[in-house]
Structure formats: structure tokens, C-alpha cells
Design a protein around this ligand. Structure first.
Ligand code: GLC
Length: 743
């Protein structure tokens, strides 16, 4: 007996240590012991109940029976704190084991105080600020009883036709990873604190590569693309301690993510050791039937649980069929135990057993706190991108302004997509901000009431322009024109907005265009009609004061494009970190250059469009300031590095203009020859640097050579020796290459 006991205890110790060692959530042996103890008391039905998530709403009583029976593990879409407390009371006080619910919501860029949409957050290149915004979102949401958000969305998006490009951090893996880590840290904070909100990294994986930019469409990513481009942000967020992850709607190479054992079980669980909770997307389990990947709900429930999915959002597949599948021996109960362990772990770590309820009165007090609004404004200021300025900006105090355009006073649309809990009554629009700050100097003639409105003439606007010193035209997209299920084939300004800008140009007055949109629109045809253009991805609650500060120079624009701006939608997908191809563009005849009856030849041809050339309108990482910057003395501390070295990169940045400004210096690297073809350059570091006019600063950055590792021909991640190039510049299309070697 004694020997057996010692053996058992040793085994438990190893298990506990290995769990702790293998934990990515930060679980501890104490947490695991609590989870195991509770699990041992649960019936199979109660276990399966934890795996069921439902969208709540309406009268709580309708769910009372299911809650008492332990058939619901989580609810989403209830935000009334009193109702949330009642849901929790039924689960905690009237069920056999009293397991609290995980209460969830899409808190994507703020809860009540709305920050810029995530694409705007990425444009700040300021993870610290974005982390602060996520913390504020958690403070407001948890104060109302929400302890789980379905954010950050980490989907790399290289096609602006895809409406959900609004929701992520753009096209670059490195930037996406830094933003995802920041949001995970911000949301979750200190898990023991009641303001901690579990993050949910989504949509796993490859969803942003939907063919044609059509949402929910199939993706065809190779394992190498997954591992080198789409998976790294998720791995970084897992390492940052993300507690949960959501599988995506898309089938990749024929396999829907919710049943994809390779990415969920082999990579996420096996390689990364993720011990958090995996939830499906809304009925993405059920949609595997439509995909043609499962016969019926029972079949897809089996495929999902075997792939490593723990919780079913809105298919009721687990609740309806798992017990039967276990009894038939198709699914082992230990697979159920593992899923329930992952769910209970999150509930224990969030302290839900100790604090399931929320103080309703106190919760109201933190909403829209002044410091929250101030943070939202600062983020909106940093997220705006100056794309053109002939010198008309910054404006001088005292100017008479004509404010026009459908986004000048659009409190709902300014909030952008995924603003479920944003209240437009709290939005401060540009019009309201300018009127408050410059009483008597603002004339407002909208010209268009909404972005899709068509109109022949703008006589009223033009008449008003005659009495103004400057025209401020706020154009862009209604919030509903981007986001989930809202893909566009034509990315031009909708309605008669371009016509409005053209008409304004005829007045001869300086025209400043401010674009508020959920994606990079194709604005090439509009640029000639304005003297300046400021791009603001739907800036949120405080977008108005932020834009007023930017227009008048109280704040100097510093945002950079987190995604390539196309000249036309026909160029999609186009992104900076593309491969070189065997025929990189080195020039070529454009449409109007081609002689009549030109003979066909393939010699000398390269990769580009006859009508739109080879380049975008604005590259990734691009943005102007009211000042200018010069890079000089860019150096590497060595010419040849070993694989374990850390590169020392130094450069001098000078503010060559006449006002203070912030530059986002970017470091790009190219691996010239690999066992597989490599991108022409990849972002490996960035730094926000603020300089006074005339000030120079020598900046030193460290870059571990290990950051140059990639999955090569043998699908093993490693640094391959050879020749490399490095750039330090203010965008992905500028700078001179430095060469170095890795031996
Ligand atoms: C959706 C979205 C997902 C969201 C979920 C819950 O359809 O794809 O991002 O978190 O439903 O609202």
C-alpha cells in the first residue's frame, strides 16, 4: 500500500508541476486542485452544461430552469448588471454545484467610452497607449458584470474589401502581435482583481485571408503561410497569457477551423501548450454542416470536441449530442473532462466563485469617467494619419470655417463598427467640438446627410464657402459599411462625396478633407480636390475634440498606415511584405504608352498592372507630420552576426521642421536568399520618438538575430545563415538598405 501511495503522490506532483510548467494561463497547482476537486463532483450532464454558451436577452426567467440544471456555462450579450446578477444568482444559488457563469460581450474598442476602431488603434503604433485603452474598457465592462470579452481580433488583413479589416491591426504580423499582446495585458490586468476581464484572441485562424475579401469565404493558406504570417500574433498573445481563444468561421484548405485538429489540437494545444478555453464562433460548429464538413449537428459536435474545442457558442451541439456520443463510446469522457477543466480554470482564475456579483450603483459611476474620455481622445489623436498637406494645416486660430460633409456631425457613425455599447449621446463630433471651441467662426452646411447619399448640386454648400477662409469636409463611411459581413468590391467614397469635394475645389478656397472610415478607401481621385487630407479610422467617442486639436496644431499628427492604401480595389490584395517574385517590377509600359498593334513579347516583362502600375497610393507605415524628420548615420554594431547575437542598430533622427513632432521610426529586414522565397522586407521593430524643432537624437535599438527566424523548406523555425538587408525609415517604402550577414 505504502509504495502505491508514494507512486500516486509522485505522479500527482509531476502532473501538477507539468501543468504549471505547461500552463500559458498562469494557472497554479492550487487552481488546478480546485478545478480537479470540482470536476470530480460533476455529473456528465453538468460537465456538458459548462460547455454550452447561449446568447441571453429578454426575460431572465426563461433561462431559470436551464441554469438550475447546470445546462449553461456562459452567456453573452446581456449587459444589464441587474439581470447579470440574476443570471449569476440562479447559477450560483439555485444549481447543485453553484458554478458561476462566464458573462461575455464583444468589447472590441471600448465599452461605453469608445476608442478608435482597432485599425485606428494600430495606426498609433503605440502598444502602451492601446494597453491603457483596453484596461479602461475592462474597468467599464467589468463594472457592469462582464468578465470576458471577445477581443483582441488578431486576423491579419491584406484585403481592404474585407469589412472586418476594421476590427484588426492590419496587414503586418509584427505590429499585429504587439497590439494583441497589449490588449491581452490591458483587458486581463491582474486576474485576481475584479476589473480583470478575460481576453479572447480571435479568429483562429486565417479568417482575414477570405478569398476575394468576401467575409466568411474560404481561405487557402499553406502551413508555411500560417506559421510565418498568421499564427505568430496568436502565439504572442498566448505567451502574453490570453485566457481564451475563438475559432474562426472559415475553412482553410478545406477544413473549417472549429473542426481543425491540426491548428487547434496540434499547434495551439500541442506546440504552444495553451491551457486556456477555446470557444467556437457564433454557431461556427453548426456551420460546418453548411460547409459540407459534417453530416448533422451530432457529427459536427463530435468533430469540434475532438479538435479541442471546449465551449459551443449558439449551436447547442454539445448540449444536444455529447452525452449520447459518450455513451456510444464515440467520445471519451476524459475529453469532456479536459474541456470542462479549461472552462473551470478560467472561472477560478477570474475569482468568479468568490465574487460572482457586481455592485450595480458603483458600476454606473465608472462609465465615461473623465480620465477614460481623455484617454480615448489621446488615442484618437495618435491614430489619425496625415496623408496630404500643402501647408494649409495646421489652421490658424481666428479662421472662418465652413464645416461640411456627412461625417461632420454623425455621432453614431463616428463610433465605427462593433460599438454595441457605445451611446451616441456621448459622442463629441467634429462639428460640436469646433463650434464649442470657436464660437461664431463655424458655418455648418452638411451637403450630404449620410455617406451613401446621392445629390446633383451643392449650391447651398458653395454659397457658404464664399464666406469662409477654409472648408473642412468630413467624409468617409457610415459605421455599418464596414465590419462583419460588410465587404465591398468598390472602395471609392460612396454616394456623391467625391462630387462634393470636387465642387468645393471649384470655390478656390483651401479644402481640408477628413476621412472617417472602417478601412483604407481608394481616395486617389479625391486627393487633387483637397489641400490636405487627414485619415481617421472611425475615431470613437472623442473623435471630435481629437480632430479639432489635430487641425489646429495643438496636437501634431503622428499616425502611420497599418495597412496599404490601394489606388483601386482591383489591386487587392496588395501589401508591403510580399515576395519578390522572379520578375519584380522594374518599370514597364503603362496602358497609354502601348503602341497600336504592338507585337507580343514576354521578354523584359515584370509583375505589375498595365492600368494601375505596381505601387499602392500609400504604403504600409506611411504618415506625414506638421514637421519633417531626417534619418542619418544609420549603423549596425557588426557586419556579421551569429544566430544567438543581438544586433545593435543605431541611427540619428533630426526634426528638420519648425514644430515639435513624433516620428514612428521603423526597422525592416530582408532575408535575401532562403530555403524558401522570403518577403521583400518585414517590420521587426518600431519606436515612437518625439523631438523638438531642430533637435537631433541618436537612437539605439536591439534586435535579436533570433527574430529573423522563419519556417523554411523543412518546416522548422530557424534563422538561416546568409545575406540580409536592413532599413530604418519612416515608412515601408523609404530608406537606404544596410547589408549584414548571419553566419
Ligand atoms: C460573431 C463574430 C465574433 C463575435 C461573436 C459574438 O459573429 O464573428 O467576432 O465575437 O459573433 O458576438
Amino acid at each position: 500500500m505504502k509504495r502505491t501511495k508514494i507512486l500516486f503522490l509522485s505522479l500527482m506532483a509531476v502532473l501538477a508541476c507539468s501543468r504549471q510548467a505547461g500552463t500559458t494561463t498562469g494557472s497554479t497547482p492550487e487552481v488546478e486542485a480546485r478545478v480537479d476537486k470540482l470536476l470530480s463532483q460533476m455529473t456528465l450532464q453538468e460537465k456538458i452544461g459548462q460547455m454550452n454558451q447561449i446568447s441571453a436577452g429578454g426575460d431572465v426567467a426563461q433561462y431559470a430552469e436551464a441554469l438550475r440544471a447546470g445546462q449553461i456555462g456562459s452567456i453573452l450579450n446581456e449587459v444589464d448588471p441587474e439581470k447579470i446578477n440574476e443570471y449569476q444568482r440562479l447559477a450560483v444559488e439555485e444549481s447543485r454545484l453553484g458554478i458561476p457563469l462566464l458573462v461575455s460581450r464583444d468589447v472590441i474598442h471600448g465599452f461605453h467610452t469608445l476608442f478608435p476602431i482597432p485599425l485606428g488603434l494600430a495606426a498609433t503604433f503605440d502598444p502602451e497607449l492601446v494597453e491603457k485603452g483596453a484596461r479602461i474598457a475592462a474597468i467599464e465592462a467589468t463594472a457592469q458584470g462582464i468578465r470576458w470579452t471577445f477581443s483582441p481580433m488578431l486576423d491579419i488583413a491584406r484585403d481592404p474589401r474585407w469589412g472586418r479589416i476594421a476590427e484588426g491591426s492590419g496587414e503586418d504580423t509584427y505590429l499585429d502581435a504587439r497590439m494583441g499582446e497589449a490588449m491581452v495585458r490591458g483587458y486581463q490586468g491582474n486576474l485576481a482583481d475584479s476589473t480583470s476581464m478575460a481576453a479572447c484572441i480571435k479568429h483562429f485562424v486565417g479568417y482575414g485571408a477570405a478569398e476575394g475579401g468576401r467575409d466568411y469565404n474560404s481561405t487557402y493558406l499553406t502551413e508555411r503561410q500560417l506559421r510565418n504570417v498568421y499564427l505568430p500574433p496568436f502565439e504572442a498573445a498566448v505567451k502574453a497569457g490570453a485566457l481564451t481563444l475563438m475559432t474562426s468561421f472559415n475553412d482553410n484548405d478545406g477544413v473549417p477551423s472549429t473542426g481543425n485538429t491540426f491548428v487547434v489540437k496540434d499547434i495551439l494545444r500541442g506546440e504552444w501548450g495553451f491551457d486556456g478555453l477555446v470557444v467556437t464562433d457564433w454557431n461556427s460548429m453548426g456551420e460546418m454542416i453548411a460547409h459540407g464538413f459534417g453530416e448533422d449537428r451530432k457529427d459536427v459536435a463530435e468533430k469540434a470536441v475532438k479538435a479541442g474545442v471546449d465551449m459551443d457558442m449558439m449551436t447547442y451541439g454539445f448540449l444536444s449530442h455529447l452525452e449520447e456520443l459518450v455513451k456510444e463510446g464515440a467520445v471519451k469522457e476524459k475529453a469532456i473532462d479536459q474541456a470542462v477543466r479549461n472552462i473551470l480554470r478560467v472561472k477560478v482564475m477570474l475569482g468568479l466563485f468568490e465574487h460572482p456579483y457586481v455592485d450595480v450603483a458603483a458600476g454606473r459611476a465608472v462609465q465615461y469617467a473623465p480620465e477614460h474620455l481623455a484617454a480615448a481622445q489621446k488615442t484618437a489623436e495618435e491614430s489619425a494619419i496625415l496623408l496630404k498637406n500643402t501647408g494649409v494645416l495646421p489652421l490658424k486660430a481666428g479662421v472662418r470655417m465652413l464645416v461640411t460633409g456627412p461625417l461632420a456631425d454623425a455621432p453614431h457613425d463616428q463610433l465605427g463598427t462593433w460599438s454595441f455599447d457605445g451611446e451616441k449621446e456621448h459622442t463629441v463630433t467634429p462639428l460640436k467640438a469646433l463650434q464649442a471651441r470657436f464660437p461664431g467662426q463655424v458655418t455648418y452646411v452638411p451637403g450630404l446627410q449620410f455617406s451613401r447619399e446621392k445629390r446633383e448640386r451643392f449650391d447651398d454648400v458653395l454659397a457658404a464657402a464664399r464666406h469662409a477662409d477654409v472648408v473642412l469636409a468630413f467624409v468617409g463611411e457610415e459605421a455599418i459599411l464596414s465590419g462583419e459581413a460588410h465587404s465591398l468590391a468598390d472602395l471609392n467614397l460612396k454616394g456623391s462625396q467625391s462630387e462634393l469635394l470636387k465642387a468645393l475645389r471649384s470655390t478656390g478656397k483651401p479644402v481640408v478633407a477628413v476621412v472617417m472610415a472602417g478601412r483604407p478607401l481608394t481616395i486617389e481621385r479625391d486627393l487633387p480636390h483637397c489641400d490636405a487630407l487627414l485619415y481617421s479610422f472611425h475615431p470613437g467617442t472623442m473623435g471630435g475634440p481629437a480632430l479639432a486639436n489635430l487641425l489646429f496644431g495643438d496636437v501634431v499628427p503622428s499616425g502611420k498606415t497599418p495597412v496599404t492604401f490601394l489606388r483601386t480595389a482591383g489591386q487587392a490584395p496588395m501589401y508591403y511584405n510580399h515576395n519578390m517574385t522572379g520578375r519584380p517590377f522594374i518599370g514597364g509600359l503603362l496602358l497609354d504608352d502601348i503602341p497600336l498593334e504592338a507585337g507580343q513579347t514576354s521578354l523584359g516583362n515584370t509583375s505589375y498592372y498595365l492600368d494601375y502600375g505596381a505601387y499602392p497610393l500609400f504604403p504600409f507605415g506611411y504618415g506625414l507630420s506638421y514637421t519633417t524628420f531626417a534619418y542619418s548615420d544609420i549603423r549596425l554594431d557588426k557586419g556579421v552576426y551569429g544566430k544567438d547575437d543581438v544586433m545593435g542598430i543605431s541611427f540619428t533622427l533630426t526634426n528638420t521642421g519648425n514644430c515639435e513632432g513624433t516620428e514612428i521610426a521603423q526597422v525592416y529586414v530582408r532575408d535575401l536568399v532562403g530555403s524558401v522565397t522570403r518577403p521583400v522586407k518585414e517590420l521587426k521593430a518600431f519606436e515612437r520618438i518625439t523631438l523638438a524643432p531642430g533637435e537631433s537624437r541618436t537612437v539605439t535599438l536591439s534586435l535579436p538575430v533570433s527574430e529573423l527566424a522563419f519556417y523554411g523548406l523543412d518546416m522548422v523555425k530557424k534563422v538561416e545563415p546568409g545575406d540580409f538587408q536592413l532599413w530604418v525609415a519612416g515608412d515601408s517604402a523609404s530608406g537606404e538598405a544596410l547589408s549584414f550577414k548571419v553566419k
